[in-house]
Design a protein around this ligand. Structure first.
Ligand code: NAD
Ligand code: UDX
Length: 453
């Protein structure tokens, strides 16, 4: 029988584990929260003044909780913490498999499985094991089987508690979530976790479901969100050839209360560590359960996303080749207010331009350039450089390509920029954020996604 949760361990100190546990510690001063990671450098960074994750508001929370009831420790010390824990969250990466059955589609659960083995080995007494990572539906079966190999005298309940935070707004999303989802078979274990969230989340916003519904709901939620972006991006392409304006169309569509206004911003395509892998995971599950039509439906969301990136990048290549072949790339993060560039549209678009023989000047104030350069074509080394400001990136280029909607790009003085770029340079706004009239008045040809040129 689970008792009140007073000691929490979270395995995985990444974009989810770190911020989530920081908010838990902040909102639950009566609970000790310990975050464990096998990556020693990451743990050292969490214990330093230079946190490994940039999120507005995060540093302040870590500052007031670290050493009080929030602790970041390495794998070796993790064994003792797991033995004492009432609840252990698994918040490790679940990337797309790169080999074996389902490669390129199915989720790789090897990190999750190794956590389950660690818990089975070290836990004592009754422990609630909580899936915080995004899992394929029925993954809890695998976890339960591994936990069953634990020491005699141990007892486990497995819950699914997927995380819905979005990067860049993680702290706001954690402090004021639309909903918290807890799925499980043991009512007592579900209640024990709900009591933790109830420290700051209204009970009405805590949804409890069966285990399988909770696991599938997370994949479904991300698939629906990705589908909205692909839907508006499909509309953006027809706007461009018909002189309709995608922002106006989105406003009208979103004003219908059945649709709602959010997540209808046309773009260069969605990125981030979740959408692609989670939609692929859903596609794989549909295929696995012999539902090919459902699989094809969701896969089209991904195909649309690839096409959007490619078709816009072709326009930039065409423009740059008619000039000196040099492009300023503004923004490398997959969205604003994060330093994360996992699956960022910038990766594919930059590599497509490098493959076409262009020279790139890359600028992003938050992304670590040394890390980003590792995802660029090794053969293109020497064809790209880092710029320390947007203006520096735009010096002498024949095309400017905006890939992230950072606020600083919204207020660029195009009249001043026109003095430093090549004459007849083109601006390609992959986020539709700039003042097109002002840029045109400064002498630029302008492409803005979803608008006729
Ligand atoms: P991440 O890669 O940033 O962090 C995962 C961490 O787990 C890494 O630091 C890694 O070293 C550690 N790890 C892996 N295996 C380990 C093990 N056996 N023992 C100890 N540490 C281990 O990943 P993330 O972005 O935090 O995502 C984690 C999960 O949350 C994924 O399933 C993801 O789909 C899901 N999710 C992510 C987001 C997001 O915005 N990033 C949002 C919601 C859900
Ligand atoms: C997403 C989900 O929103 C979140 O609930 C889940 O927990 C993790 O995955 P995240 O990937 O951090 O969060 O960011 P999100 O804000 O969803 O944006 C994803 C991508 O879609 C970004 O590249 C963003 O620029 C793009 N996007 C989003 C659009 O192009 N248009 C939109 O209208 C919204």
């Amino acid at each position: 029988m689970p008792h009140p949760i007073k000691k929490i361990v979270c395995i995985g100190a990444g974009y989810v584990g770190g911020p989530t546990m920081a908010v838990f510690a902040d909102r639950c001063p009566d609970i000790q929260v310990t975050v464990v990671d096998m990556n020693a450098a990451r743990i050292a960074a969490w214990n330093s003044n230079s946190l490994p994750v940039y999120e507005p508001g995060l540093a302040e929370i870590v500052q007031r909780t670290r050493g009080r009831n929030l602790h970041f420790i390495g794998q070796a010390e993790g064994a003792k913490a797991a033995a004492e824990a009432d609840a252990v969250f698994i918040s490790v990466n679940t990337p797309t498999k790169t080999h074996g059955e389902g490669a390129g589609r199915a989720s790789d659960l090897s990190y999750v499985e190794s956590c389950a083995r660690f818990i089975a080995q070290h836990a004592q007494g009754h422990t609630i094991v909580i899936e915080k990572s995004t899992m394929p539906v029925r993954a809890a079966d695998t976890i339960k089987k591994i936990l069953a190999t634990g020491n005699s005298g141990t007892k486990f309940d497995v819950l699914s508690n997927p995380e819905f935070l979005a990067e860049g707004t993680a702290i706001r999303d954690l402090e004021k979530p639309d909903r918290v989802l807890i799925g499980g078979e043991s009512t007592e274990a579900v209640r024990a976790l709900a009591d933790v969230y109830a420290h700051w989340v209204p009970r009405a916003a805590i949804i409890t479901t069966g285990l399988w519904s909770a696991e599938l709901s997370k994949l479904a939620a991300n698939a629906f969100l990705a589908q909205r972006v692909s839907s508006i991006n499909a509309i953006s392409s027809i706007c461009e050839v018909t002189e309709a304006d995608v922002d106006e169309v989105a406003q009208v569509v979103g004003a219908d209360s059945r649709v709602g206004p959010k997540f209808l911003k046309a773009s260069i395509g969605f990125g981030g560590s979740c959408f692609k892998k989670d939609v692929y995971s859903l596609v794989y599950l549909c295929e696995h359960y012999r539902l090919p039509e459902a699989a094809a439906y969701w896969e089209q969301v991904l195909k649309m996303n690839e096409w959007q990136k490619q078709r816009i990048t072709y326009k930039v290549i065409e423009q740059a080749k008619s000039g000196n072949g040099t492009v300023a790339v503004l923004g490398l993060a997959f969205k604003k207010n994060t330093n994360d560039f996992r699956e960022s549209p910038a990766i594919d678009t930059c590599n497509q331009m490098l493959q076409a023989g262009l020279k790139l000047k890359l600028y992003d104030a938050k992304v670590y350039f040394a890390e980003f350069s590792k995802v660029l074509l090794p053969s293109a080394n020497g064809s790209y450089t880092q710029a320390m400001s947007a203006v520096e990136a735009m010096q002498g280029v024949s095309a400017v390509f905006i890939l992230t909607e950072w606020d600083e790009f919204k207020t660029i003085d195009w009249k001043a920029v026109a003095k430093v770029t090549q004459p007849k340079a083109g601006i390609f706004d992959g986020r539709a954020i700039i003042d097109v009239a002002a840029a045109k008045a400064a002498g630029f040809s302008v492409y803005s996604v979803g608008k006729a040129r």
